[in-house]
Design a protein around this ligand. Structure first.
Ligand SMILES: NC(=O)c1ccc[n+]([C@@H]2O[C@H](COP(=O)([O-])OP(=O)(O)OC[C@H]3O[C@@H](n4cnc5c(N)ncnc54)[C@H](O)[C@@H]3O)[C@@H](O)[C@H]2O)c1
Length: 311
């Protein structure tokens, strides 16, 4: 059966999570440890925090401080590794416009460095955190994986180039991979500076401080918010499946306006100017991943927001 090796108790499965000290990465590490993996985290802590992983025992999670854009001697960490989950990346639009080269080195060259090490180690599968920003302002909503690529800022471009490199490695070197184009992920340990989490983390802070909620634009713009627990479930299923060399949208498949989020949270609102490169609408067509791994998102936006306020 497909999942047996993944769950075997005979020998612990070893996984690498790059960016494992960040928001999504640390939630994924929690989930992998629950599944019985030992995890090696590669992170330079540019936005991630050690405290996101402080609840783990050293024997389960080994944290290596390293910059993936400038790494030496990392092959030893890849020895006997089965799965590489590559999430390390810089993820803000405006800094990427101000300093595109930094984003290229970090997100694109960094991905190549990890691919090289993974190739040498003959891992089972490489799973890449791609971004729905590759669609720009898509014509079709919900947007499927076949939509035209239209990167509108260096962040989107560098993430997309990373995805292309991952796919090419499958062609050139027969390294099994999966690329997941994340929509807007939210949940505990949300990064307060990244573009994706900004709306939730701003609203949470503002609500706690009894300040008005700041809404970018008129608030009618929509996003597809997926809870990080739904996302990590999909990651685990993708890793243990026999699927390889595929691209999947990873979202909730539901479109939610910023005004709706603000109304669920409640309180006064103030409106601030729109940012460059922000699409008016965003929603994933998730039919492909639903069919292929029999997965579906389980946490509604209302439940997700309740959980955020409880955490
Ligand atoms: N959060 C979202 O909604 C979303 C949407 C689309 C794509 N993504 C992608 O998912 C990944 C994780 O995003 P996140 O929201 O958890 O962000 P995050 O900033 O919390 O996590 C990124 C992690 O990568 C680490 N990192 C960055 N550059 C590094 C480098 N050169 N070497 C080593 N570590 C490095 C950071 O320290 C951090 O721990 C990113 O690659 C991002 O582009 C996220």
């Amino acid at each position: 059966m497909v999942g047996f090796k993944f769950f075997t108790k005979m020998k612990k499965i070893k996984s690498i999570v790059t960016g494992g000290a960040g928001f999504i990465g640390s939630n994924l590490v929690d989930r992998l440890v629950k599944e019985g993996h030992t995890v090696i985290v590669l992170d330079n802590f540019v936005s991630g925090k050690r405290s996101n992983l402080s609840h783990h025992l050293k024997k389960n999670v080994k944290i290596i401080r390293s910059d993936i854009s400038n790494i030496k001697n990392i092959d030893k960490y890849f020895r006997d590794v089965s799965y590489v989950f590559h999430l390390a990346g810089l993820a803000e639009i405006i800094p990427s416009i101000k300093n595109p080269k930094k984003y290229f080195l970090n997100n694109t060259l960094g991905t190549l460095n990890i691919l090289e090490a993974a190739k040498k180690a003959k891992i089972k599968k490489f799973i890449y955190a791609a971004s729905s920003s590759c669609y720009g302002s898509p014509k079709k909503i919900p947007t499927s994986e076949t939509e035209k690529i239209d990167t509108q800022h260096p962040y989107a471009f560098t993430k997309f180039l990373g995805e292309e490199a991952v796919i090419k490695y499958a062609d050139f070197f027969k390294m099994p991979n999966i690329s997941c184009r994340f929509f807007n992920v939210y949940g505990p340990r949300l990064n307060t500076t990244g573009q994706y989490g900004a709306v939730f983390s701003n609203f949470l802070t503002q609500k706690k401080k009894k300040r008005p909620l700041t809404i970018v634009g008129n608030g009618k713009q929509t996003r597809d918010f997926i809870h990080v627990d739904d996302l990590t479930n999909a990651f685990i299923k993708l890793a243990r499946s026999n699927l390889k060399n595929k691209i999947y949208n990873l979202g909730s498949g539901k479109e939610t306006s910023i005004n709706k989020i603000a109304n669920i949270i409640g309180g006064k609102k103030i409106f601030i100017p729109k940012r460059p490169g922000d699409p008016n609408r965003s929603c994933a067509n998730i039919s492909k991943i639903k069919n292929d791994i029999k997965w579906k998102p389980r946490i509604s936006i209302i439940q997700g927001i309740e959980r955020l306020f409880q955490s």
